[in-house]
Design a protein around this ligand. Structure first.
Ligand code: ZN
Length: 302
């Protein structure tokens, strides 16, 4: 059914940006999302070692402002080793913003950055700047886009944004996130987490928007939700991911998971999650097709 004769597909996706409240609860990076710290860069090197060990490719989404850094060797290595580096806007903007200040703190603090453009035109510029920067600095043009933040309804309610992405040459979007648990209830039981995981995967299989743009949703639970919202510990998180692998395998689905290196660097310094998930998936009868989002589009929707 899937390439390599596998019964199910998995993409491990990583948003390269700094995250609020990592490494400490008081660390706020919202105005400097692209200021990737040294620890995160080192961690991304470890992650690439793990990918090599298992012979798999990862899917990355990069905030364009990270390319203003003098040292981008960690990104060059990703591209050289065949991983996909796609577009996550330049400043990590809210794609559904109607007014300039809603885009992002850098626009709120300095609205003149918009230079007279409206919010949608700013988004268009953000997407183009990022694709140009990735192409010029890393030598590989992005083919896909992940929205900063995930939405329960994806881009269903913003056809103009679907158009902006298609016009910018994006061959898929990754905008939809759905993990139905109560965010007020910390540390839910494994049963609650596993049920939410199954519902998420069943709801978030690949589809196309009315304009033809494919959507490869962020299924399951992100590390931000696990650690910042629900206060899970590392093995609670790994176990619910394994349950998702069981479910996708049993139902011959695809599963695209979303993580953030600065979060994992703090909460999983020895890459237990990556080792655990990859080993578990690859040992399933028939194996697992571990792939990039672009490949997932090509195989599931074409
Ligand atoms: Zn992000």
């Amino acid at each position: 059914m899937y390439p390599n004769g596998a019964d199910f597909g998995l993409s491990l996706t990583f948003d390269i940006e700094m995250c609020s409240n990592f490494p400490y609860w008081t660390s706020v990076w919202d105005h400097r999302k692209g200021a990737i710290d040294e620890d995160s860069k080192l961690y991304m090197g470890k992650m690439l070692d793990v990918a090599q060990e298992y012979g798999v490719k990862f899917q990355y989404f990069l905030v364009g402002s990270a390319l203003e850094d003098a040292n981008i060797d960690y990104l060059k290595r990703m591209v050289a080793e065949g991983h996909a580096v796609d577009n996550h806007t330049f400043h990590h903007v809210n794609v559904k913003a109607k007014e300039i200040p809603q885009l992002q703190p850098v626009y709120k603090n300095a609205p003149w950055r918009a230079a007279g453009l409206d919010a949608l035109a700013c988004l268009r510029r953000e997407v183009q700047q990022t694709s140009t920067a990735i192409t010029e600095k890393l030598g590989a043009a992005p083919t896909g886009f992940r929205t900063p933040g995930g939405f329960n309804n994806g881009l269903d309610d913003v056809p103009a944004v679907q158009e902006v992405l298609s016009d910018a040459g994006m061959q898929y979007a990754s905008a939809r996130y759905y993990f139905p648990v109560d965010p007020q209830k910390k540390r839910p039981t494994a049963d609650v987490l596993n049920q939410a995981m199954e519902t998420s995967i069943d709801t978030l299989q690949p589809y196309r928007y009315p304009n033809g743009l494919p959507e490869i949703a962020l299924a399951g639970i992100t590390d931000i939700w696990a650690f910042r919202v629900l206060d899970l510990d590392r093995w609670d998180f790994i176990n619910v991911l394994k349950h998702g692998i069981d479910h996708a395998h049993a139902n011959r689905q695809v599963l695209s998971l979303c993580f953030h290196p600065p979060v994992l660097a703090v909460r999983d310094p020895h890459c237990d999650m990556l080792h655990g998930v990859l080993r578990y998936a690859l040992e399933k009868p028939g194996g697992c097709w571990v792939t990039t989002n672009q490949e997932m589009v090509a195989h599931t929707l074409n």
